[in-house]
Design a binder for this molecule. Structure first.
Ligand code: NI
Length: 138
């Protein structure tokens, strides 16, 4: 980590009160850490705009395994992208529904395409890609 720099921020007192309340609810014990996290989050989100950025993330899928060939389709797609899919967790939610969480890694553009293909597969009830950072730039 580089050396700490101190900054002064002028902010509307009502806005600051609301901010303090929010970060209190989220468990922050001081403002500085909350500000740092906001800045990091913006920087990480900005980095996803470049398709070449290395990212890691998770793809969450909920689907009915009774839909014909759906399990096979999703597994085939995951094998096709085995270099980008590091791990898969499968939970049988009930008699019909399955939850899968895939850990994905690679270029942002590639990971987004893989997630889009999985989520848009017929029979997938809900899907979400959550991206984060490899941590190297922070
Ligand atoms: Ni299942």
């Amino acid at each position: 980590m580089s050396e700490l720099a101190r900054i002064g921020v002028a902010i509307d007192s009502e806005l600051l009160n609301r901010f303090d309340q929010l970060i209190g609810e989220r468990g922050y014990t001081n403002r500085s850490e909350a500000f740092r996290d906001l800045i990091r989050d913006e920087l990480v989100q900005k980095s996803w705009e470049s398709a070449e950025t290395e990212v890691v993330g998770t793809v969450t899928l909920v689907y009915d395994h009774h839909v014909r060939m759906l399990n096979e389709k999703l597994t085939d797609m995951q094998h096709d992208h085995h270099k980008n899919i590091l791990s898969t967790l499968h939970v049988h939610l009930d008699h019909d529904n399955c939850l899968e969480v895939l850990i994905v890694k690679g270029k942002a553009g590639t990971v987004q395409k893989i997630a889009d293909a999985l989520i848009s597969t017929k029979g997938v009830k809900h899907g979400r890609l959550t991206l984060t950072t490899t941590g190297l730039e922070l």
